[in-house]
Design a protein around this ligand. Structure first.
Ligand code: UT7
Length: 331
């Protein structure tokens, strides 16, 4: 397919709630230790949403920053995509709620459920809408409040997650622009979907007193079973895109991987043979914010001057589904 236009990232923004929970705070809640969390995951702090905050509130704050960075107003947007598994409500979509908060209407707004890979899935959708000329400016937000669907008695999961939002404006690039989306690869393997799940609250297991008693409304994860799958899937997603574009890993300026575990990030970097100092890591500050990890890391790295215009940035993620994907851009 010949693209009519190129897509590019024209603005980014992030927001994390003010409350911080560190490993020492967690030691008081469950049978864990700072030492275990640091050595097994690389995490130290995570931000936790206030009782009255929902994901649309976090998404709104991040969006205002992204619009400012892109020098656009809300009314310039043509589509809103939200990537989240912890939406305000089961329905309507957080996309529609955010549209109302921004005071705009009469264009498509929706959510996608692809777990931690949600932002990569959304970027792929946005890319296609921009490249075929249908839209000019698409707002894509990866946002989660996993703290509200966490079992705070389960040390296997409660130490791992944080709350936050990363907003991105994906726009039509001008013909002279060096910034552009180059390629993207998506995949899913549903055969192991039970390994990472919020089981209750849908039509399979509607909410009942029993589901609440059994903690079925919280995140269940068999982390050690998906550890190796995470490395393998993200490697395949990156390798496919590099090969398809005849690119050597050494030509990549920055690798942003999903921030689920420092050991996964390290192993993936080694398997890809990328230099350590090209791998962006912020897991110590935010832990695993699911669909928000990549847009948060992207925004931080642009604002702190690491990622500069013209840099080749490879992004990859893995999550519930089990989904995986990659996105290669020239920023
Ligand atoms: O974001 C979506 C995708 N998610 C991922 O990619 C996550 C992938 N998985 C992981 O990152 C890791 O598997 C975890 C960090 C979740 C767990 O690390 P692990 O090295 O795989 O530990 P494990 O689950 O095999 O547990 C090892 C031991 C167990 O004790 P025993 O049975 O050996 O006595 C656990 O009970 O560590 C224990 N453990 C803990 N100990 C202290 C588990 N959680 C904790 C904890 N504090 N928080």
């Amino acid at each position: 397919m010949i693209n009519k236009y190129n897509a590019k990232i024209s603005g980014t923004g992030m927001y994390v709630p003010t409350k911080i929970l560190n490993n020492y705070d967690l030691e008081k809640i469950v049978d864990t230790s700072d030492e275990w969390i640091r050595t097994r995951t690389g995490m130290f702090e995570r931000h936790i949403a206030a009782e009255n905050q929902a994901v649309s509130d976090l998404a709104y704050e991040a969006t205002l920053k992204a619009l400012e960075a892109a020098d656009l107003r809300a009314r310039d947007l043509d589509m809103i995509i939200i990537a989240s598994v912890s939406n305000d409500h089961a329905f309507p979509s957080t996309g529609c709620i955010l549209q109302k908060m921004l005071g705009i209407k009469n264009f498509p707004a929706f959510d996608i459920s692809a777990g931690c890979t949600g932002w990569i899935y959304g970027a792929n959708i946005a890319k296609l809408y921009i490249e075929n000329g249908i839209y000019k400016n698409i707002l894509l937000v990866g946002v989660e409040i996993l703290s509200k669907i966490t079992n705070w008695k389960d040390r296997n999961t409660c130490v791992l997650f944080g709350d936050g939002a990363g907003a991105t404006i994906i726009s039509r690039a001008s013909s002279s622009d060096i910034s552009q989306f180059i390629d993207s690869e998506l995949s899913a393997d549903g055969s192991n979907y039970e390994l990472l799940i919020q089981a209750a609250g849908g039509s399979r297991m509607p909410a009942s007193q029993q589901t609440i008693k059994d903690n079925k409304h919280t995140v269940y994860m068999e982390g050690n079973k998906i550890f190796k799958l995470a490395i393998r899937s993200m490697y395949t997603a990156c390798h496919t895109v590099l090969k398809r574009n005849n690119l050597d890993i050494h030509s990549i300026d920055w690798l942003i991987t999903h921030q689920a575990n420092m050991r996964i990030i390290d192993a993936l970097g080694k398997k890809l043979r990328i230099e350590d100092d090209k791998v962006i890591v912020n897991i110590d500050k935010y832990a695993n914010t699911s669909a928000a990890t990549i847009p948060i890391a992207l925004d931080e790295s642009i604002r702190n001057g690491k990622i500069r215009h013209g840099d080749l940035v490879l992004m990859t993620s893995f999550g519930a589904g089990l989904t995986s994907g990659s996105l290669l851009i020239r920023y």
